[in-house]
Design a protein around this ligand. Sequence first.
Ligand code: ADP
Ligand code: MG
Length: 370
Amino acid sequence: MTAAKTAAADAGFVEFDRVQKSYDGVSLVVKDLNLKIGKGEFLTMLGPSGSGKTTCLMMLAGFETATHGEIKLAGRNINQVPPHKRGIGMVFQNYALFPHMTVGENLAFPLEVRGIAKSDREAKVIRALDMVQMGRFAGRRPAQLSGGQQQRIALARALVFDPELVLMDEPLGALDKQLREHMQFEIKGLHDRLGITVVYVTHDQGEALTMSDRVAVFNDGVIQQLDAPAELYERPKNSFVAQFIGENNKLPGMIEALEGQKALVRLATGELIDATAVNVREKGQQTLVSIRPERVEFKPEMMPAGAHTIGAEVRDVIYMGDILRARLAVAGSDGFVMKMRNTLGQTRLAAGQKIQIGWHPQDARALDPM
Ligand code: ADP
Ligand code: MG
């Protein structure tokens, strides 16, 4: 995120202040949510199904009411403001276009609801359709369009009344992979060009990492970590985030020594490894050490001086074009993955080969298993 955007985030264009939500009056599906979203920011709520993402978006849109706490937009409490008076555009996974209306009528509808004069509607509709390269389709009905085209119309409809804030709930979930990646690019482009604030919901971590300024990782109605994509990937703050974002090797062990951030971990099989202490506090504590496959080294010259290494046996090596992916047996378990760049002269590894592996301590993170 740029410095300007960081400052905007501090200002809090959208603000959830101690927000809770219960549907049944007993269990909280959103627990004490505190979140400020900056003007012009692209913020993604990422998490598994049932973690409370849609509920948060629905409360912001005004279709659900918070059980406790305040939701603010541009500094104003909007708890009592009805959805159509919040000036928020919305896009859902299932498009929700009106089937009996043409594309043009679908887009004119939100303008009509907002009391925009008929004479002004046409120009706005054309402009919104042009934004999504659908200018020629104003006369068609939704059923005459492909899924990807329908989703573009839904996007245009959310933008047609020039909202400052647009909410998107799994908008690309129904599209195939190639189209989804293309639309991610287009949505990001619209966000940058129009300077709108976007709150985006997805359970797809790749989508969250590629599109967002910041990502709020949800689990069980609680934000586990709120950070820029690179920060989330490189420095997960707990074992949930480490497991949810990207691929990770996990080695269980016990803290043998702790000196500031420097942790020495004894694995269940007895070996010692180096790690960085994240949310572990004391010697003797159980830990899960998490290491990205691309940060594992097996060449001695790549290892930092004095680093502990451990023995591994190569199970298989898969050629994946740009990278090689080796599956290793490490500390009594078979599923340890090491990724290597496929460069000319790359040392070939073969199944059954015994090697020593290690890493820079900053790339191995000692986490509380809970
Ligand atoms: P997500 O979008 O992350 O999948 P949701 O916000 O849809 O999560 O759901 C969070 C929890 O609230 C789930 O346990 C879900 O079953 C429950 N829930 C969602 N909507 C309703 C509703 N209208 N009535 C009762 N429970 C609901
Ligand atoms: Mg949802």
